[in-house]
Design a protein around this ligand. Sequence first.
Ligand code: FAD
Length: 418
Amino acid sequence: MNTQKLTTSVIIIGAGPAGAGTSFFLSKYQVPHIVIEKETFPRDKVCGDACSGKTALVINRADAGWLSEILADADSFTPSWGITFVAPNGKTLDIPFTTTRTKETKAPGFTAPRLTFDNFLFKKMASPYCTIFQNAAVTNMTNSANEVTVTMLHKEAQYEITAPVIIGADGDKSIVRKKYLNEHTAPKTSAVGLRGYYKGVTGMNSDNFIELHFLPEMLPGYLWIFPLPGGMANVGVGILSERVREKKINLREQMLYAIKTNPQIAPRFANATLEGKIQGWGLPLGMTRQPLSGNNFMLTGDAACLIDPFSGEGIGNALYSGMLAAAAIKEAAEKNDYSGAFLKKAYDDVVYKRLGDELKLSTTLQRLCKYPWLFNFVVNKAAKSPSLRNTISGMFTDMDLRGQLSKPSFYFKILVNK
Ligand SMILES: Cc1cc2nc3c(=O)[nH]c(=O)nc-3n(C[C@H](O)[C@H](O)[C@H](O)COP(=O)(O)OP(=O)(O)OC[C@H]3O[C@@H](n4cnc5c(N)ncnc54)[C@H](O)[C@@H]3O)c2cc1C
């Protein structure tokens, strides 16, 4: 077979949110790059399909018009204004994402099937600096003299692509992570999730709040119901892998049992139909600091284990880490230094400086969720106290405020305040 040789500044494996985020900002910095994707877009990805503030933030930084495009397309995207927590005792707490909403305020979050949203991002990657190979198979990766060479099959042709740096943006089963980090890390998939698309679920919030149901049998995981365009809902469950193993849980059965029998959930599904299959995938949670780079390579998104351990959100952190990876590459190119020591400072340290506290706090919250009585207590109190609800609402944007949740003094204060 004839081999075509290409050289570029950056090779990105994977064109999901992490790959797209990296590509947007490399194009902004005028850095040529090649993206290799094994699927053909539009492609699906098992997910809850909910996008929060960090997704909006990165999209806005990439192009100020894109978020308006998203929010104007009600057939494809559903704006969301808040979150409903259902405590293990069944008590419900509605928390808006913002307490200062006016007519001009843009929705802080939105939902969209990943088939639609990822295709939106994919199309936005088009730029004179970005070359994309879809439906391509990576067959080899080698390193030599400060360069990486990827061998790839595409449309019956073989390519050898060489660059000073490779980005692993290839998700939970990352081949880049496996090649460069495997022996240095603990098993990474720390939670598993299932998702089904349902039509005709009733009782959705009029402002499209996303719903997290902390059912006692799933703690510290939860069942979610997220509204989608066209009267659809994304319904799923997420739970720690160790709990599934320990308790020998059949997650699919547990999800269907809750939908059929839970007194708050079942009536809402009386006339609902499942469209397609219930599908599962892993969630590599950001519970401990891990290496994100080394000589001539960097990892982003799920390949870097950056999913929020409490909420299960990973799209925002995938886009965000892509943005930071591009900035680090710009610096590395200026200094012509793609060494592990340089990339650690320029990338790993920056990622953990920006996201580390949030991930640590979410790890603590996830552990606290093991205690149903604590969850019930906070929700019971907040249901009666507008000021506590405002405080919790502020926690979506204010990290210092969110930090209160891990302090015993927070619970003491709500215990003594009527
Ligand atoms: C059940 C479930 C529910 C979730 N719910 C939410 C939610 O509601 N909100 C949220 O923010 N996050 C959620 N997440 C997490 C979210 O889905 C991920 O964090 C996010 O998709 C990570 O983006 P990524 O670009 O890193 O990886 P991915 O989205 O997985 O993209 C990786 C890309 O790389 C490609 N690829 C893989 N291997 C190769 C290869 N060898 N060669 C070339 N290309 C390759 C894939 O085809 C894919 O296009 C959920 C996850 C699960 C499993």
